[in-house]
Design a protein around this ligand. Structure first.
Ligand code: GLU
Length: 327
């Protein structure tokens, strides 16, 4: 095993993984294995309200069903753990303090309703861009407001354009103060934000390549800013197209008939599913059963489409499987 590249799976156990998550996991696995690299599993259970223990176990079982093995993290453990974000609060706190000491953090008392009611322009993900309303509060105003509600903590985003090379989508550039605004590092309930935790963890765990869905493409400049401010090494990024349901929607738990559970019940093997995902990723000409290992020599980012991928109707139907076996 090369000590070089290290990829990762970073699922949130807020539900069972759907085909879109598994598509991304397959590409993350292949991207690392094609470089002779290792893979780690980190459980992104930051949000105690949304994370469920039962899904943590299931997600390992689901990865194993598809033969997506990992070398570190999850139930395997390793030297750079803990590998669950819910156990890493002290580490996030230390990085948060570092930014605070640099004078880069301020409390924000705006309510959700206030944030959404403002006529603020919206960023690439459709979220309102924070107006900076609480950036200039005096210490006295802060003390007064703290009596009424606990604040979220925001990072003062400098006027800066962040440009990076995505391994799949090419050059991506974002003017953070205009297109994103000051963003939250710690919620008002004390939970650290995804942006801080993910950057902190990828650096601490020695991850060299991050493969994840295109829906997080425009989170990357925020994370790159954090790497810079915290003087941490940034990984390379590869974003993947998203899988869409046959009627063109983003996959969700509502798509029960193509959930992994439903596919298992209908008798699909791990290789049946991997083969179909590899076909959708442009790695196979036909959706024939294959193991992830056998795909390694076929993998190249150039084959993977840039456009989101609509799952053809019938691809995950049992009749299709029978037909395919007769080809
Ligand atoms: N935990 C995130 C998710 O499940 C992924 C975060 C990442 O890959 O950076 O959507």
């Amino acid at each position: 095993m090369s000590k070089g590249e290290k990829g990762r799976f970073a699922p949130s156990p807020s539900g069972r993984m759907h085909l879109g998550n598994l598509f991304c996991a397959l590409l993350a696995w292949l991207s690392a294995r094609a470089e002779n690299g290792s893979v780690l599993l980190r459980i992104e259970d930051l949000d105690p309200d949304r994370s469920k223990r039962e899904y943590i176990q299931l997600l390992e079982e689901d990865l194993a069903f598809l033969e997506l093995d990992f070398d570190e993290g999850g139930s395997r453990g390793g030297p750079l753990g803990p590998y669950s974000q819910s156990e890493r609060g002290a580490y996030y706190e230390s990085l948060f303090q570092k930014l605070d000491e640099k004078g880069l953090i301020y409390p924000c008392f705006c309510t959700r309703a206030q944030l959404h009611a403002s006529q603020a322009p919206h960023g690439p993900e459709g979220d309102p861009i924070y107006s900076g309303a609480c950036r200039g509060l005096s210490p006295r105003e802060i003390r007064e407001k703290e009596k009424l509600r606990s604040p979220a903590m925001r990072l003062k985003v400098p006027q800066k354009r962040i440009t990076f090379h995505d391994g799949h989508y090419g050059e991506i550039s974002q003017d953070l103060s205009k297109e994103c605004g000051d963003f939250i590092l710690r919620r008002s309930d004390g939970v650290f934000a995804y942006q801080l935790a993910v950057a902190a963890d990828d650096a601490a765990m020695g991850v060299t390549q991050v493969v994840r869905g295109r829906d997080l493409l425009f989170s990357t400049p925020r994370q790159l800013l954090l790497y810079e401010l915290l003087e941490l090494p940034a990984p390379k990024f590869f974003h993947t197209p998203l899988l869409l349901s046959p009627d063109g929607r983003r996959l969700s738990k509502r798509d029960g008939d193509i959930s992994l559970e439903a596919l298992m019940k209908r008798g699909f093997t791990g290789e049946d599913i991997v083969g179909r995902l590899a076909f959708l990723a442009g790695l196979l000409d036909r959706p024939e059963p294959v193991s992830p290992r056998a795909l390694v020599p076929l993998f190249s980012w150039e084959k993977v489409p840039l456009e989101d991928i609509r799952i053809p109707k019938g691809l995950f139907e049992k009749t299709e499987k029978v037909l395919l076996q007769n080809i």
